[in-house]
Design a protein around this ligand. Sequence first.
Ligand code: GAR
Length: 201
Amino acid sequence: MEDPRTGRVRVAVLISGAGSNMAALIDAARAADCPFEVALVLSNKPDAGGLTVAEGKGVPVAAVDHRPFGKDREAHERAVDAILNEHRVEVVALAGYMRLLTPWLVQRWEGRMLNIHPSLLPKYPGLDTHARALAAGDLEAGCTVHLVTEGVDEGPILAQATVPMLPDDTSNSLAQRVLTAEHALYPRALADFCRAQMRSL
Ligand code: GAR
């Protein structure tokens, strides 16, 4: 795996919102020794702020609005997958992509799709992770990069980073601190993953 022209793994980053993790991945890929390049940023929301950020960084972008597909999640995913193939994508990095995936897409990218989640999995899969960590009185919070499998936020863990809880933390303050940790963790975890993939071929 890797583009023979660049010697780097071609990664697509899938987003639904601001795309700060996506921006961290693009910036990391500027390093001469980075084993991946961001070949595409794709969103299910045409107005996602992250698309403008990616364009500004000179990365190809695409949007596949999920709304015209109604309840047919797989049809939406087939349209997404076609664009990934057009761009010769080898690894998919979900970064705030707020869609539940069907088994079809998960199987199609099995072992080649990563996600970042704002909790120390297996704690707090799903939404509202920071409020749940605060309500539980946890002493630390954090984020996880994992492989995507059919169970939501259940796939094998590749890397984690912890952040301390502070006495006056709110969901917002904790989310900000965890997000900063995500920006360091995801590029490192994706680079390690891509290096391992390149070695195994
Ligand atoms: C990040 O905190 C990411 O971990 C989370 O959404 C945020 C996206 O921020 N993802 C999930 O909750 C997925 N279940 P970003 O768009 O600025 O990268």
